[in-house]
Write a protein that binds this ligand. Structure first.
Ligand SMILES: [Zn+2]
Length: 288
């Protein structure tokens, strides 16, 4: 069997927020360090094929939730030559506000979503604030309208969307969270999204505290490791290390986007895993 053609994969950073490490790990940060949380959308493309993974939040949501908004995810995509209004396929890893705002800016897209995610986001657990806090009811209801308009492609468990591109039900963080597996020039790359907010959550087996099912989250880390060609090809969902360990595709995109289908430079340590202050934080300070 011949291998599929490889995808190019990018992370676009669109927002950030300062966090205490202890907020990112149940039971506190094993390193007792300050940290930050970055917000990303991802792009996979191959020739004329283009998949956007998650759509991020907008400036109004950033203000409401006190996040620092760096740029619209749509502007980030445009900088990579992608016109959001022409995108046909958007994969939503889950329906939390930081992954599905802006979907009105993709008028031509079908949305790939797990059955269990919409069931969870519209079901009994949303009566409990602990589970509903990261959802926006207006976005969830808008997604229900897209279901009625025939724009949602549901998946149950694992599904191949194209040769070399599949989605995988992980659950854990939300009941219907899915990760994305891509064939690339370096092998199988896995976009973990919030199956692993930080690499340290997975490596130290220390779960992120926003969680629907802790056992599924823990099992999910092992599943990500099975899906990737190597553990270092698992891309965490919110880890500032991503912007350090991968390179911008062109100088003009420094600090905006990085290319993920490349060997990560693991020695360039993330703030969550190194000392309290890092080159990234210093750089962020200048950018602000
Ligand atoms: Zn998230």
């Amino acid at each position: 069997m011949t291998a599929p053609a490889p995808f190019e994969v990018y992370a676009i950073r669109y927002a950030t927020v300062a966090r205490h490490g202890a907020e990112n790990f149940i039971g506190g940060d094993p390193h007792e360090t300050a940290s930050r949380m970055d917000y990303f959308v991802w792009l996979a493309r191959r020739g004329g094929e283009c998949y956007v993974i998650d759509t991020g939040f907008n400036e109004a949501a950033a203000r409401r939730r006190k996040r620092e908004f760096l740029r619209s995810p749509v502007e980030g995509l445009a900088a990579l030559g992608v016109n959001a209004s022409a995108v046909e396929n958007v994969i939503l890893t889950h329906l939390h506000y930081d992954h599905v705002g802006n979907f009105d800016l993709f008028p031509g897209a079908r949305f790939h979503l797990q059955d269990r995610e919409l069931a969870y986001a519209t079901g009994r657990h949303m009566g409990t604030q602990f589970f509903s806090a990261a959802y926006e009811v207006d976005e969830v209801t808008a997604m229900v309208r897209h279901v009625y308009a025939g724009r949602v492609r549901f998946h149950e468990g694992d599904a191949e969307l194209a040769p070399g591109l599949s989605v995988h039900l992980i659950g854990g963080h939300t009941l219907g969270l899915q990760a994305v597996r891509l064939w690339t020039r370096i092998g199988w790359l896995v976009l973990a999204s919030d199956a692993s907010h930080y690499t340290a959550n997975r490596e130290l087996a220390s779960p992120f505290p926003v969680v629907a099912n802790v056992t599924a989250m823990v099992d999910g880390w092992r599943r990500l490791e099975e899906l990737a060609s190597a553990p270092r090809f698992i891309v965490p969902g919110h880890d500032p290390a991503v912007m350090q360990q991968y390179r911008a595709p062109i100088a003009a995109l420094e600090g905006v986007a990085v290319r993920l289908d490349a060997e990560p430079e693991l020695e360039r340590l993330a703030p969550a895993r190194a000392g309290s202050r890092s080159p990234t934080e210093a750089r962020d300070g200048r950018a602000r």
